[in-house]
Write a protein that binds this ligand. Structure first.
Ligand SMILES: [Zn+2]
Length: 559
C-alpha cells in the first residue's frame, strides 16, 4: 500500500487476543497508527484435562511487543471472563490506566487488593457518556443491560471510523437497578455511521427476547408465598447483584432475615452496597452465627455454589462440610441459575445430596440470562447499521448463529467476519480483510506460577492421573559398575501392591534382566540403562495390564 492510499483510506486494526474459541478469556486489541488500546482482560476456567490448573489467562506477548503504543485498557463490565486476568496484565504493564464504570472499578479494586496491586495500578472511573481520549482513539462508554450492573458497550472512534464493541449485553426494558440500555445513543451513532460492530453471541442460537430480570422477582414472589413454613436457601451467581436485591426484597416482604454466605458473594455484595448498587433495609442482614436465634421459616440464605463448584458454600452445606449451616429436612433450595455447559454433572451431584438430606430443590424458571437473544441482536444491528459485523463472545457455533442472524438483516456475507484469536483484521471504509496472525493462546496459572506449566508438565500430570507411577531404584558401584542393591520398585496410583505381589515380582524380574543385560554388555552410560529399564518394563506392563504408568528409574552411585 503506498502513502497516498494510506492517506485516503486510513485503516484500523482489530486483534482478538482471546475469547473467540471459547466462552471466556475475552481480550481485544484495537490499533490505529501508533496507538493501541485493549478492551477487557478476561480469564477462562481450565478444561478437565488441565489438571491442577487454577485459571487460564491470555498470552500477552503481542501487547509486550507493542507496549509503546498502549494508550489504555477499557473494561466493559466486572465479570471474571472480562477482568479476571487484569492483575496478571498489570503486573507486567502497570504503567497503563484502566478505565471502567463505578461498580466494575469497585470489583477490580477488590481483585487488585488481593494481588497487592491496589497502590500502584492506575485506574479511572468513567460515567456513561464520558469520552476518553487515548492516543488516536477516543472511547465512549454506553449504558447496556447485563446480569451485572454498570455494564457498558464502547464506541471506539479513530480517524478510520467508529467501531462499537457491545461487551456482554441484553436489552432489559424494566431493569431492577438503573436505566435500560441507551438505545438512543446506539441509534445516533448508527446515523453518524459505524464502521464495524463486535457483538455478543452467547445467546445467538436462541430465538426471541431474553426476559427482563424482573420476571425472576415475580417467580421468587410465588415461591416465597408457597413456602412460608420452610427455610429458603437460594444459590446464585455472586456477581448478580440485581438478583440478590430481588431475593432480599422478597425476603423482607415475607418478614425473613437474610444471611449472605460464600466469600465471593460477601465481597461483591459488600462492594455493591458500599457503592449504592443494592439497598438492604436496616436490620435485614444477619450474621450466619445468628441463624439459630430465628425460626428457620423466618430466614433466607443467599449463597454461592449454583454451579456445583465443590468449594462453594452450597456444595459444602450439601456434603455436610459447612461449619455453620447444615441442610435440614424441609429446607427449600432454589437454584437461581442455569448450569454453564460442562457444570451439569457437578450441579446434579449437589442436587442429589440436598434431596438425600430431605431438602426440596427448585431449579427451573428461577433464572434469566444476561445475554441478548436473536431479537435483541437484530434490534441493536438495526439501530447501529454497521458496515462490518464481527460476532464475538462465544464458541464458533454461537458466533456462526449470530452471523446468520446478521445476514438475515441484509448485511452482505462478505462483510461478516468470523475471526479467530490472533487474527489481525484491518479495516477501512473501502474494505476489510485479515492480513496476518499474531501470537496468542492460553497461559496456565497454577498457584503462584504463571506459564510455568506447559504441555510437557500437563502431559505428565495426565499420565500420573490416569496410570500412576513406578519408581525403579538401584545402586551401582562407581568404578566397577557392579549392582550393589536393587532394583526395587515403588509404585503409586498403579495397582494395590498387596493384592498384586505376583505382578510386582515379575516386574522386578524384568527390570533385573534389563539391568544385567546392560551391565554384561558393559553399558556404562546411565541414561542408556534408564532407557532400557523404561522400555522393557513399559512393554511388559502394557502386555500384562494394558496400562502405561510413568516409569522413573533412579540410579544411585556408591564409591
Ligand atoms: Zn458478563
Amino acid at each position: 500500500m503506498n502513502n497516498r492510499t494510506e492517506k485516503r483510506n486510513p485503516s484500523v486494526r482489530i486483534i482478538p487476543l482471546g475469547g473467540m474459541e471459547q466462552i471466556g478469556m475475552n481480550m481485544t486489541a484495537f490499533e490505529y497508527a501508533d496507538s493501541m488500546i485493549i478492551v477487557d482482560v478476561g480469564m477462562s476456567f481450565p478444561t478437565d484435562d488441565m489438571l491442577g490448573i487454577d485459571l487460564v489467562i491470555p498470552d500477552f506477548t503481542y501487547v509486550e511487543n507493542n507496549i509503546d503504543k498502549l494508550k489504555g485498557v477499557f473494561i466493559t463490565h466486572g465479570h471474571e471472563d472480562h477482568i479476571g486476568a487484569l492483575p496478571y496484565f498489570l503486573k507486567n504493564f502497570g504503567q497503563t490506566t484502566v478505565y471502567a464504570t463505578r461498580l466494575t472499578q469497585g470489583i477490580i479494586d477488590g481483585k487488585l487488593e488481593e494481588h497487592g496491586l491496589s497502590e500502584t495500578a492506575k485506574r479511572q472511573t468513567v460515567r456513561f457518556g464520558d469520552v476518553i481520549k487515548a492516543g488516536d482513539f477516543s472511547v465512549e462508554f454506553i449504558k447496556t443491560n447485563h446480569s451485572i450492573a454498570d455494564a457498558a458497550a464502547l464506541a471506539i472512534k479513530s480517524p478510520a471510523g467508529t467501531i462499537i464493541h457491545t461487551g456482554d449485553f441484553k436489552i432489559d426494558y424494566t431493569p431492577v437497578f438503573g436505566d435500560m440500555a441507551d438505545l438512543q445513543r446506539f441509534a445516533q451513532l448508527g446515523k453518524e455511521g459505524v464502521l464495524a460492530m463486535l457483538c455478543d453471541s452467547t445467546n445467538a442460537t436462541r430465538e426471541g427476547f431474553t426476559p427482563s430480570e424482573r420476571t425472576v422477582g415475580e417467580t421468587f414472589e410465588t415461591i416465597f408465598a408457597e413456602n412460608k413454613n420452610r427455610r429458603i436457601i437460594v444459590a446464585t451467581f455472586a456477581s448478580n447483584v440485581d438478583r440478590v436485591q430481588q431475593i432480599i426484597n422478597t425476603s423482607c416482604r415475607y418478614d425473613r432475615k437474610v444471611v449472605v454466605e460464600g466469600r465471593s458473594m460477601v465481597n461483591i455484595i459488600g462492594k455493591a452496597s458500599e457503592l449504592g448498587y443494592i439497598s438492604i433495609p436496616e436490620g435485614t442482614l444477619i450474621d450466619v452465627d445468628q441463624l439459630k436465634d430465628y425460626p428457620p421459616e423466618k430466614t433466607t440464605l443467599i449463597t454461592t455454589g449454583s454451579q456445583g463448584e465443590s468449594m462453594a458454600a452450597l456444595s459444602r452445606m450439601a456434603a455436610s462440610l459447612h461449619r455453620k449451616v447444615t441442610i435440614m429436612p424441609g429446607d427449600l433450595v432454589v437454584f437461581s441459575s442455569n448450569p454453564i455447559p460442562g457444570n451439569e454433572k457437578s450441579v446434579s451431584k449437589v442436587i442429589n445430596e440436598l434431596e438425600q438430606k430431605g431438602a426440596s430443590v427448585i431449579n427451573y424458571h428461577t433464572h434469566v440470562s444476561g445475554h441478548a437473544c436473536q431479537e435483541e441482536i437484530k434490534l441493536l444491528y438495526s439501530l447501529v447499521r454497521p458496515q462490518f459485523a464481527i460476532p464475538v463472545h462465544g464458541e464458533f457455533h454461537h458466533r456462526q448463529a449470530q452471523a446468520k442472524v446478521v445476514e438475515s438483516l441484509g448485511i452482505p456475507k462478505e462483510n461478516i467476519f468470523m475471526l479467530n484469536s490472533g487474527d489481525v483484521l484491518e479495516l477501512s471504509k473501502e474494505k476489510a480483510e485479515v492480513v496476518s496472525q499474531v501470537t496468542h493462546g492460553g497461559v496456565l496459572v497454577d498457584g503462584l506460577g504463571v506459564g510455568d506449566v506447559g504441555n510437557i508438565v500437563l502431559r505428565d500430570r495426565q499420565t500420573l492421573a490416569q496410570d500412576g507411577i513406578l519408581i525403579v531404584v538401584l545402586t551401582l558401584e562407581k568404578y566397577t559398575n557392579q549392582l550393589l542393591a536393587g532394583p526395587d520398585i515403588v509404585s503409586r496410583g498403579f495397582v494395590y501392591i498387596r493384592e498384586s505381589e505376583n505382578l510386582m515380582d515379575e516386574a522386578q524380574q524384568v527390570v533385573s534382566d534389563a539391568v544385567f543385560e546392560c551391565l554384561d554388555s558393559r553399558v556404562t552410560d546411565w541414561s542408556r540403562i534408564k532407557n532400557v529399564i523404561r522400555d522393557d518394563l513399559g512393554s511388559f506392563l502394557w502386555k500384562k495390564m494394558k496400562r502405561s504408568p510413568m516409569i522413573l528409574p533412579i540410579i544411585m552411585e556408591v564409591e
